[in-house]
Design a protein around this ligand. Structure first.
Ligand SMILES: Cc1cc2nc3c(=O)[nH]c(=O)nc-3n(C[C@H](O)[C@H](O)[C@H](O)COP(=O)(O)OP(=O)(O)OC[C@H]3O[C@@H](n4cnc5c(N)ncnc54)[C@H](O)[C@@H]3O)c2cc1C
Length: 322
C-alpha cells in the first residue's frame, strides 16, 4: 500500500508524534519506496534531513512565507499537491488538534474515506481497518473504510511506539506553494506562557491530583518541575475542582502521555487516569494510602504526604543537578 505521511512541525522542528506516524506508515507500506512524507510550512525546505532514517525515500516539502502560521485551507492545498505527486492509497497523520482539523477537510476535498483517532490500524487490501475509542473510552469501535480510491487516517498520539531511526537517507522534493487565495486568514497564533513542552511531547511529567487541594498548592509541583524540566499535569478531579486547567489533564478524556518519568502526586490511580499515563517508562507515585491503585503500576512508590515529600524531592534534585 502506498502511504503518504503528513509531518507536523512547529518553527521547522518536527513533532515527535510524526515519528509514531512514520513507524505505522512503514509497517503499512512495507518499503521506503512505498512511503513518502509531506511537510508544509515556512522554512521547511531543508527538513528532509530530519527525516533521514525514518523509512521514507521522498519528502515533499511545501515551503512558503504564507505557510508560517497554520491555516487549514493553505495547508490542505499543500498536502493535496503532494497527494497528486505521489498518488497514495492512504494519507496518515496524528489526531493532534492540527490533524483533527486538516484530515477531514482533505478527505472531503478528495472524496476519500476517513478513520480518526485510531489506537490500532491495519491494511485490508486497499482499505484500512482500525479501532477507535468512543464515548470517552467507554467502548471501542471497530471501523473500516469501504472502497474509496484514497483513504485518510489519524492515529492517537503516544499509543504507537516509534521505531528508532536507521541510517537510511531521505530526498527532498520541493513542491511550489500555491498562491494563497484562501478565504480564511490566520492573523496571529498566541503561544501559551509555558516554556515547557506540551504534555504529549514531555519527557518528564509531574502531575497532581485532588489531594493538591488548591490551585495555589500546584506551586510546589511547578517548583519541582522547574528543577527537573518537567511539565506539570493533573488528574481530572484536580481539573474539575478548578486547581488546574483542562490542557493539563492526563487520562482518557485528557491527554495520553508517554514520558520517560511520570511522577503522580496525590493521584489514586483510577482506570481513566491510568489510561493516559500507564505506558510511561518510569512511574513514581506519592500517596498517603499504601493501597492506592496507582501503586499497582508504579515503578517506585512513596507512601507519604505529598506536601512533605515533594519539597524534599525538589531539594534533592537541586543538589543532584547543580
Ligand atoms: C468517562 C470518564 C472519564 C474520565 N476521564 C478522566 C481523565 O481523563 N483523567 C483523570 O484523571 N480522571 C478521569 N476520570 C475521573 C476518574 O474516574 C477519577 O475520578 C479521577 O482520576 C480521580 O482523580 P484523583 O486521583 O486526583 O482523585 P482521588 O481518586 O480522590 O484520589 C486522591 C488521592 O490522593 C491521596 N491523598 C490524599 N491526601 C494526600 C496527601 N496529602 N499526600 C499524598 N496523597 C494524598 C488519596 O489517598 C487518594 O488516593 C474520568 C471519569 C469518567 C467517568
Amino acid at each position: 500500500m502506498k502511504v503518504l505521511v503528513f509531518i507536523e512541525q512547529r518553527d521547522g522542528k518536527i513533532k515527535s508524534s510524526a515519528h509514531e506516524a512514520l513507524t505505522v506508515g512503514a509497517k503499512l507500506s512495507g518499503s521506503a519506496a512505498n512511503m513518502a512524507a509531506v511537510i508544509v510550512g515556512s522554512g521547511v525546505a531543508g527538513s528532509a534531513s530530519q527525516l533521514a532514517g525514518w523509512g521514507v525515500d521522498t519528502v515533499y516539502t511545501v515551503d512558503g512565507g504564507d505557510l508560517a502560521n497554520y491555516n487549514v485551507l493553505t495547508y490542505a492545498s499543500g498536502v493535496e499537491a503532494a497527494i497528486k505527486a505521489f498518488s497514495p492509497q492512504l494519507v496518515l497523520g496524528v489526531a493532534s488538534p492540527m490533524g483533527r482539523d486538516l484530515f477531514p477537510r482533505l478527505a472531503a476535498r478528495l472524496d476519500g474515506g476517513i478513520l480518526t483517532d485510531l489506537v490500532s490500524i491495519d491494511a485490508a487490501g486497499n482499505d484500512i481497518t482500525g479501532i477507535k475509542p468512543m464515548y470517552s473510552g467507554k467502548c471501542l469501535a471497530e471501523v473500516a473504510t469501504a472502497g474509496s480510491s484514497i483513504n485518510f487516517a489519524t492515529i492517537r498520539q503516544n499509543v504507537f511506539a516509534a521505531n528508532k531511526p536507521n541510517n537510511g537517507s531521505a530526498t527532498a522534493s520541493a513542491i511550489p506553494a500555491a498562491a494563497s487565495d484562501a478565504k480564511l486568514k490566520t492573523v496571529e497564533i498566541r503561544k501559551g506562557k509555558s516554556t515547557k513542552p506540551d504534555l504529549t511531547e514531555a519527557v518528564v511529567i509531574i502531575s497532581g491530583g485532588r489531594a493538591m487541594a488548591s490551585a495555589d498548592n500546584f506551586k510546589i509541583l511547578h517548583e519541582c518541575g522547574d528543577v527537573i524540566g518537567a511539565t506539570v499535569g493533573a488528574s481530572r478531579a484536580a481539573v474539575d475542582s478548578g486547581y488546574a486547567t483542562h490542557d493539563m489533564q492526563v487520562g482518557q478524556t485528557g491527554k495520553t502521555v508517554n514520558p520517560n518519568l511520570y511522577i503522580a502526586c496525590g493521584i489514586s490511580g483510577s482506570i481513566q487516569h491510568m489510561a493516559g499515563m500507564r505506558t510511561s517508562k518510569t512511574i513514581v507515585a506519592i500517596n498517603t494510602d499504601k493501597d492506592a491503585p496507582i501503586f499497582g503500576v508504579a515503578t517506585y512508590g512513596i507512601v507519604a504526604d505529598l506536601f512533605q515529600a515533594v519539597p524534599i524531592l525538589t531539594q534533592k534534585f537541586k543538589e543532584l543537578l547543580k
